[in-house]
Design a protein around this ligand. Structure first.
Ligand code: CAA
Length: 379
């Protein structure tokens, strides 16, 4: 791995940092409080090319590498982790999936608008009984002439009520288990597509998480991604990349917790000294910073491995497993350093903890990441 970032990568990082500080920071707390989706910010992120970063320019994307995407994700999530996950799902699950496995017709119809940010996408794999056990799909897609008819319910869908287009995994042959699942591109205004329930969450509250139900929802067969039965592998491969995005989100939150702790420790006085003078605080800051750098390097390494065209599932799982742990730990330490001020809503740091926790759960829990890593090592 080359540790020096290219000029383009540095430019993207600085652009994302400037945007996050100037356009996201001022109302991130208020949006979190009101559970308000950042429509205007997402539009501006699209104008900067942040919604389809890894999609080739020929398909209206920014044509950048995974490292640039990670750097931008870190900066956006450092200020607003809700904006981070909205961006991550559109980039690494939806756009990447269609770009890698979709037909030219699907790319023309959907990818251009998704990558340029004219439209927003969501990824629907999880169900009430298919979370970690993702191949246990109860949503069915029955072939009928030149279309499929979908019935079932999807849970925990990020961007679900805002998305124009949803990638839906459904069983086309239940007897075949994981090999009987197919992936479909479903437009939100299709008859039988219903947004069922908006979740009220602990963190990332200005991102939109819903259940979606399908009742006799008819989707053209031309909207199936790849061959029938390839949907589970499509979802797993797509999630391998998604986990790099979530690792970057976690690095951003962990960085925010460290930054807030350093400035507070220099300002806050106790016993006639800034608390930064005390070893109890210094040791916390040193630990937080060291763990953060390790998480950042694992995440960049996973991105580098993907950009090199090498298998990256294990590296992505390691990055997400470790970075999400560091995000939670750093957020907890930031609260401890801030004392009572860390525990109240007006200060930022309690939000970091609430936002950090989800990175240990979505796109595969930490337990699932350990399974992926162990299987890869022991095969
Ligand atoms: N790449 C390619 N193929 C893969 C793969 C991968 N990463 N992982 C599995 N497969 C293939 C296997 O090789 C196997 O195919 P073969 O039989 O041809 O070899 C097939 O898929 C079935 O694999 P497994 O037998 O390993 O399947 P399993 O049922 O044991 O499940 C699992 C494996 C790792 C536990 C998987 O179910 C998993 O990752 N679960 C977590 C799901 C998840 O991450 N959900 C997140 C939801 S999306 C989300 O959160 C987005 C959001 O809104 C933020």
């Amino acid at each position: 791995m080359n540790f020096a970032l290219t000029e383009t990568q540095l430019m993207i990082r600085d652009m994302a940092r400037k945007f996050a500080e100037e356009r996201l920071a001022h109302d991130a707390i208020e949006r979190d409080e009101k559970e308000e989706f950042p429509h205007a910010a997402v539009k501006e992120m699209a104008e900067l090319g942040f919604m389809g970063m890894m999609v080739p320019e020929a398909w209206s994307g920014a044509g950048l590498d995974t490292i640039s995407y990670v750097l931008a994700m870190i900066e956006i999530s450092r200020v607003d982790a809700s904006a981070g996950v909205i961006m991550s799902v559109n980039n690494s699950l939806v756009c990447w999936g269609i770009n890698e496995y979709g037909s030219d017709e699907q790319k023309t119809r959907y990818l251009r608008d998704l990558a340029s940010g004219k439209k927003l996408g969501a990824f629907a794999l999880s169900e009430p009984e298919a979370g970690s056990d993702a191949s246990n799909q109860r949503t069915v897609a029955v072939k009928d002439g030149d279309s499929y008819v979908l019935n079932g319910t999807k849970n925990w869908i990020t961007n679900g009520s805002t998305a124009d287009v949803v990638l839906v995994m459904a069983a086309t042959d239940k007897s075949k288990g994981a090999k009987g699942i197919s992936a479909f591109i479903v437009e939100r205004d299709t008859a039988g597509f219903n947004v069922a329930k908006k979740e009220r969450k602990l963190g990332i509250r200005s991102s939109d998480t819903v259940s979606i139900s399908f009742t006799d929802c008819r989707v053209p067969a031309a909207n199936r991604i790849g061959e029938e039965g390839l949907g589970f592998k499509f979802a797993m491969r797509t999630l391998d990349g998604g986990r790099i995005g979530i690792a970057a989100q976690a690095v951003g939150i962990a960085q925010a917790a460290l930054d807030a702790s350093i400035s507070y420790a220099k300002e806050r006085k106790a016993f006639d000294h800034p608390i930064a003078d005390f070893q109890a605080i210094q040791f916390k800051i040193a630990e937080m910073s060291t763990n953060l750098e390790a998480a950042r390097l694992l995440t960049l390494d996973a991105a580098f491995t993907k950009d090199e065209g090498q298998p990256y599932g294990q590296a992505a799982a390691m990055a997400k497993l470790y970075a999400s742990k560091v995000a939670v730990e750093n957020a907890l330490e930031a609260i401890q350093i801030h004392g009572g001020y860390g525990y109240v809503r007006e200060y930022l740091v309690e939000r970091y903890l609430r936002d950090a926790k989800i990175t240990e759960i979505y796109e595969g829990t930490s337990e699932i990441q350990r399974i992926v890593i162990a299987r890869s090592l022991l095969k």
